[in-house]
Design a protein around this ligand. Structure first.
Ligand SMILES: Nc1ncnc2c1ncn2[C@@H]1O[C@H](COP(=O)(O)OP(=O)(O)OP(=O)(O)O)[C@@H](O)[C@H]1O
Ligand SMILES: [Mg+2]
Length: 256
């Protein structure tokens, strides 16, 4: 299969990256654009909650096990390190009806993980080839993308709240992405939680001032808020709920 289109989100804490990702994934599933690989690359992973799926194994845990097996020489006899890594990795893939999911989990402190990190990268690259789309939820620092464990990003979505200061913060993240030479195919801004889905002129001004490209505006959505309060998956809200409908239009505009 051809290389997948990889979509990633970036932005400061709590602006709606995970919720947006969840709705993007739901959109791609509904449009039958799969197969889709979902990667939760936030150490504090919760994309599964937005999607309403169980995720009980992380690559972080697998990585620990691999490093432990390597150090203690407890890799099963007759297995190469690479075979063992592949077997472990297969266990970490969460298979749902409409998508597969990998949860990166926490990164540990001590010890040398060069070998396992390399193996992880090889495995992720190998797996990614089987998908039409890879959708990656990230934390603000973009750790796994920056380190190269995750595939190169085609579409980088910068998510911000609808405040002037939010735009200033996301502009700094855009600069960081440039400094890190991540070179996404395209990068643009999504302003989330705008009351009524309308952008205030002052905020638009700030966007222009930083030379950011606006991909779309997502409305404040009480349904999303209620899902969060009740512990329900917001990606499963009705398709015509305000934020979900806006994500659908955004995806269409981006030709995704
Ligand atoms: N358009 C919206 N309308 C109402 N609530 C929203 C909207 N978008 C996100 N939220 C709520 O805002 C909170 C933060 O959203 P989310 O977890 O998606 O942000 P995040 O950027 O992934 O945060 P973190 O940086 O902690 O990973 C959640 O409670 C979510 O339900
Ligand atoms: Mg998040």
């Amino acid at each position: 299969m051809a290389t997948p289109r990889t979509i990633a989100v970036a932005g400061k804490g709590g602006v709606g990256k995970t919720t947006t990702c969840g709705m993007i994934i739901d959109y791609l599933c509904r449009q039958k654009k799969g197969p889709i690989l979902v990667v939760d690359a936030d150490a504090n992973s919760n994309l599964n909650e937005v999607l309403g799926v169980e995720a009980d194994v992380t690559l972080g845990q697998i990585r620990e096990e691999m490093a432990h097996a390597e150090q203690t020489g407890s890799i099963p006899a007759g297995m190469t390190k690479a075979d063992y890594a592949e077997m472990q990795f297969n266990n970490a893939l969460i298979e749902e009806d409409d998508f597969d999911m990998l949860v990166m989990g926490r990164t540990q402190g001590k010890g040398c993980y060069c070998y396992v990190n390399g193996v992880l990268k090889t495995q992720v690259d190998k797996y990614a080839k089987n998908y039409a789309y890879v959708v990656m939820d990230n934390e603000a620092g973009l750790e796994h993308v920056a380190r190269g464990t995750l595939p190169k990003v085609d579409v980088m979505l910068l998510v911000s709240d609808c405040s002037r200061r939010g735009i200033q913060a996301v502009a700094r993240i855009a600069e960081m992405i440039e400094e890190m030479n991540l070179n996404p195919g395209q990068m643009g801004l999504i302003v989330n939680r705008a009351p009524g889905g309308v952008l205030e002129p002052g905020v638009q001004e700030e966007i222009d001032r930083h030379g950011l490209k606006l991909f779309g505006v997502l409305p404040q959505d009480d349904g999303v808020y209620r899902c969060d309060c009740n512990g329900e998956p917001s990606a499963k809200l009705p398709d015509d709920s305000p934020m979900k409908a806006a994500v659908g239009r955004l995806m269409q505009n981006l030709g995704l």
